[in-house]
Write a protein that binds this ligand. Structure first.
Ligand SMILES: Cc1ncc(COP(=O)(O)O)c(C=O)c1O
Length: 391
């Protein structure tokens, strides 16, 4: 059998960090270990019933058995506009400022293909969601990491970036509430971002995957709430986390018209939009009662409180988790992020994500997901305690 050589673009792709992580987890599970998976960002609860029912009904509608319009249904784009107005008091033109995506992962990769020529710079957070790197590599762009340091509240310090790099940048990726650090943004930071983007003519991509998950009475800021945001960028909003719809693969890019247009163009070549019933159910989720979202947010906050208190009690150094469903934990003295994650797995069956997988500045941390029941988290805390007393 011939072995065909993949293209240079495929060869440029970094190892998919989460795929490697999941393989490791599966190997341990197959050996019969009693594991608690705190390493992945997969919502643990089902999609709310009224959304599932909406899909079931829509699946019976013959309109949805045909090809949907290339760029998705207008009624869904209108629902997105209603959602942004209701949640953030942001005005969105549904016909020109919304692009429907096959999950935000796909959109985040496509944006690089839309705006980077070979050698163009994309500024990415470090630590950050690894799929930003994949898109930059596919487009033959150059990735410029922006360190997220604890002393800066895990916000990038733009003064650290070489002005020549800023001048050459075409894209800047941000993500607040942040994966993996649990940090949130403030209006001053977004204002500074908009000013910088205007000065340097780059496009801001704010990944708002955890937009619904803010703690301590603070609703996370949408980038689009800031004056001038639409002039310089887009926000990517996924249904995966807000409505526990990770398996449904649906998200939106909202904001700057030229960016929305470019995404629509590239998607015209890849797809013919999503299954219409998924679009109908997404509109139901956005327009119906948001009680399910508040219940979910409150459940994550309770889990955050439980874990934060338990870990502090056990003598670990946690960083404040103000949003998202991740805690960013300092590895104890003498451990790297990987040696700590490995030792936790071997000695206690706790599976966490080593910070180095999110970038160089993740090195001395591990990421813990809040996607487990309180009962499981209590078990995890006692295993963390056991680990601490053994070291
Ligand atoms: C920061 C961030 N962006 C995007 C995604 C991808 O979400 P989606 O399910 O919409 O592809 C995730 C998923 O874990 C994420 O953590």
């Amino acid at each position: 059998m011939k072995e065909f050589q993949p293209s240079d673009a495929i060869k440029r792709l970094p190892d998919q960090f989460f795929a490697t992580l999941v393989n490791k987890l599966n190997t341990y599970q197959q050996k019969g270990h009693d594991l608690i998976n705190l390493g992945q960002g997969n919502p643990d609860q089902p999609t709310p019933d009224h959304i599932v029912k909406s899909l079931q009904k829509a699946a019976e509608n013959p309109i949805n058995h045909k090809y949907p319009p290339f760029q998705g249904f207008d009624h869904l784009k209108e629902a997105v506009a209603t959602f942004y107005k209701r949640e953030y008091d942001v005005d969105i033109d549904p016909s020109s400022e919304v692009s429907i995506l096959f999950g935000s992962k796909a959109g985040l990769v496509e944006l690089n293909q839309c705006f980077l020529n070979p050698g163009d710079i994309a500024l990415v957070p470090d630590p950050g969601y690894p799929d930003y790197w994949s898109g930059v590599a596919l487009a033959e762009g150059v990735m410029e990491p922006m360190p997220l340091r604890e002393e800066n509240g895990f916000l990038p310090d733009y003064n650290e970036i070489d002005p020549d790099v800023l001048a050459k940048a075409k894209l800047l990726f941000l993500n607040y509430p942040n994966n993996p650090t649990g940090a949130v943004a403030n209006p001053e930071f977004f204002e500074e971002t908009i000013q910088l983007a205007n000065q340097n003519d780059f496009c801001v991509v704010h990944d708002f995957a955890y937009g619904a998950i803010g703690f301590d009475g603070q609703k996370p800021l949408s980038f689009l709430q800031m004056p001038g945001a639409k002039d310089v960028g887009v926000e990517i909003y996924t249904m995966s986390k807000t409505y526990n719809m990770a398996g449904w693969r649906i998200a939106f890019a909202v904001g700057n018209k030229s960016v929305v247009k470019a995404l629509d163009v590239i998607q015209d070549h890849y797809y013919c939009s999503l299954f219409g019933a998924v679009q109908d159910a997404a509109a139901t989720a956005l327009l119906d009662s948001q009680q399910c979202v508040e219940d979910l947010r409150a459940a994550y906050e309770q889990r955050r409180n439980l874990l934060e208190e338990g870990l502090k009690d056990a003598g670990y150094e946690t960083t404040p988790c103000k949003g998202s469903f991740f805690m960013w934990l300092k590895a104890p003295e003498g451990f790297t992020s990987e040696s700590f994650a490995d030792a936790l797995l071997k000695e206690t069956g706790l599976f966490v994500a080593p910070g180095i997988g999110f970038g160089t500045y993740g090195e001395s941390y591990v990421r813990i997901g809040l996607n487990n029941s309180e009962e499981k988290l209590k078990d995890a805390i006692s295993r963390f305690k056991q680990f601490k007393s053994n070291h």
